[in-house]
Write a protein that binds this ligand. Structure first.
Ligand code: FES
Length: 75
């Protein structure tokens, strides 16, 4: 069975939020979490989406973008 090729052009996801920062990372404090720290993907490229697997680093290098994960930290 032939595989369908999808061409994706690398481009920035973030058009204008905190562009003066190397990487945009936001945190939300919550009271009930099973782990001390959980990172959620916001670049849409993680192999374990919705969790972050660090794929944003490659995306940022390729595109000049500055996206990073949402970090949930246990209090
Ligand atoms: Fe998407 Fe880290 S892999 S934000």
């Amino acid at each position: 069975k032939p595989r369908r090729m999808v061409m994706v052009r690398a481009q920035a996801i973030n058009p204008d939020i905190k562009k003066d920062e190397a990487k945009v990372v936001d945190s939300v404090l919550v009271t009930e979490l099973s782990k001390p720290l959980t990172a959620y993907c916001r670049c849409w490229r993680s192999g374990i989406f919705p969790l972050c697997d660090g794929s944003h680093v490659k995306h940022n290098k390729e595109t000049g973008d500055n996206v990073g994960p949402l970090l949930l930290k246990k209090q």
